[in-house]
Design a protein around this ligand. Structure first.
Ligand SMILES: Cc1cc2nc3c(=O)[nH]c(=O)nc-3n(C[C@H](O)[C@H](O)[C@H](O)COP(=O)(O)OP(=O)(O)OC[C@H]3O[C@@H](n4cnc5c(N)ncnc54)[C@H](O)[C@@H]3O)c2cc1C
Length: 477
């Protein structure tokens, strides 16, 4: 029998995790090809270099409270290279002041007003304390936005000052546009059991006072480190996350085709034909099964002639664009913090900053501070229409203003843009994905990655592995 062949479309972490899991399941006999349109693997994970230091130009860290990314790093031989952030607290900018980011919340939603002291005004606090008790669970079967749920029970201020910037730190999105089922699933589940939001949040929080909850853990600027007594919440890989990409690709032992977008998928009597690359020199690849691990728009385009119903469900997913300005500054004493988040209500263009050299001990260099500033909230794309030099100037000026010091001219600057980088899971996303998967089940094509199962690296790894398992099951039956 000819060996079976699986093509993975998309060489981001989800596609590579799928390929690596397929290798585990299929052994050396299984033929695996990963086709990636870019000239490099990794998708939203890309380690660059600034002032001689390896810095992340895309994703920066992964949750280790969720096991999948850490487990993958260990499986592919990077266990000894795992690093964790320092115990530097993250801040929130309120009225141009850096205030401690409350830790006992679920994505910014507290169980008690005392847990967010310092963030709310007296009126905002009073509103939160006056939550009425309902006569049944506060959430029914339907999905709603995080903003709708929290505004209804706790008022606007907690959303605008805390929930919105935390969600912005992960999705570049707004609380009023993001699905509670997808972005804070543990809170959604608890809300279906409790008659107050306060009760639902309390149900999600760990019992230990002072310990941050997993749900409060937004990556990026808000990723606070862990006190030495508490297990780490976040991790990375010494040398950069691109090492995880490379090591996963190596472990997958797949044929890697770079620089060739898959343009067409066609059913054949035996399986599938993928056409990749430009029209003059196309690469045609025949295979038995497919994992689709691209963002939603290319996935919807590829599926339009295969399964229009699935394409339509995926095509609904919109994306936010962001720009990251990383500044290498000499002779600056940064606050002892991991960074800060800026609520949209503060009226600033920047939305967050991460103090790389404070947050990550392995990046610290004498006399050098590396700060990554992010710009671009969903719906404010005009901010990103400026050229790189203008974005760098805004980042530098607003960082100076927030820190209350005139920062020196940077020694080096990098501007990285992620157009359409972050999915905006609106209410109903999980149902749309369920329907898309049901429609694709008969083909079968497995969907993997942030287009379907969540934005974080662990979620993408889990999604890739599940897709591999589903595809492998179809090969063996
Ligand atoms: C700036 C930024 C910062 C982030 N920070 C963090 C963080 O700190 N922690 C965290 O957990 N997550 C973070 N994320 C989110 C996380 O990085 C992503 O959700 C995750 O990496 C997505 O992985 P993926 O494999 O699903 O998709 P992608 O990484 O988007 O990979 C999909 C791949 O498909 C390829 N492709 C598209 N069309 C085709 C085609 N037709 N043919 C072939 N290939 C195609 C693309 O080129 C891409 O390489 C961040 C994201 C961004 C943008």
């Amino acid at each position: 029998m000819t060996p079976r062949h699986v093509v993975v479309v998309g060489g981001g972490i989800a596609g590579l995790a799928a390929a690596q899991r397929l290798r585990e399941l299929g052994g050396p006999e299984l033929r695996i090809t990963v086709v990636e349109q870019a000239p490099r693997l990794g998708g939203k994970i890309r380690t660059g270099e600034l002032a001689g230091v390896p810095v992340e130009t895309g994703a920066e860290t992964f949750l280790v409270r969720r096991p999948e990314a850490k487990a993958l790093a260990e499986t592919v031989g990077l266990g000894a290279r795992l690093v964790h952030p320092a115990a530097a607290p993250a801040a929130l900018v309120i009225d141009d002041e850096l205030r401690d980011l409350p830790r006992r919340t679920v994505m910014g939603v507290p169980a008690r007003a005392d847990d967010v002291a310092g963030v709310l005004s007296p009126a905002g606090r009073e509103r939160l304390e006056q939550e009425p008790v309902g006569d049944g669970p506060i959430l029914g079967d339907e999905d709603v936005t995080v903003g709708a749920l929290v505004r209804k029970h706790f008022g606007d201020e907690i959303v605008d000052r805390l929930v919105d910037p935390l969600l912005g730190g992960v999705y570049s999105g707004r609380a009023d546009g993001l699905s509670v089922d997808v972005t804070v699933p543990q809170l959604a589940a608890a809300a279906r059991r409790h008659d107050t939001l306060a009760g639902a949040v309390a149900d999600c929080l760990p019992p230990v006072a002072g310990a941050p909850s997993a749900g409060s853990a937004a990556f990026g600027a808000a990723a606070s480190g862990s006190a030495s007594s508490v297990p780490p919440v976040f991790g990375s890989v010494e040398g950069g996350l691109s090492r995880l990409v490379e090591a996963t690709a190596t472990a997958a032992a797949a044929e890697i085709v770079l620089g060739k977008p898959v343009r067409e998928l066609r059913r054949t009597p035996e399986g599938w034909r993928c056409v990749a690359g430009d029209t003059r020199t196309p690469r045609v690849i025949e295979c038995d099964a497919l994992v689709l691990a691209t963002p939603a728009r290319p996935a919807a385009r590829l599926l339009a002639d295969v399964e229009a119903a699935a394409a339509a469900e995926l095509g609904v997913l919109d994306y936010a664009s962001i720009a990251l300005v990383t500044l290498a500054l000499g002779g600056v004493e940064l606050p002892q913090r991991s960074g800060f988040l800026v609520p949209a209500t503060e009226g600033r263009t920047i939305k967050a900053a991460t103090f790389f050299t404070r947050k990550w001990p392995h990046l610290a260099r004498p006399g050098l501070s590396l700060v990554r500033v992010s710009l671009g909230r969903y719906g404010e794309e005009q901010v990103l229409q400026r050229d790189d030099a203008e974005l760098a100037d805004i980042a530098h000026a607003e960082l100076s203003a927030v820190l209350g010091m005139e920062l020196p001219r940077p020694r080096a600057v990098a501007v990285d843009r992620w157009g359409g980088g972050l999915p905006q899971y609106s209410a109903g996303h999980a149902d749309r994905i369920r329907r898309a998967r049901a429609a694709l089940a008969e083909h079968p094509i497995a969907l993997a990655g942030a287009l379907a199962d969540g934005v974080g690296i662990p979620a993408c790894v889990a999604s890739g592995r599940a897709a591999a398992e589903a595809v492998h099951a179809t090969l063996t039956t």
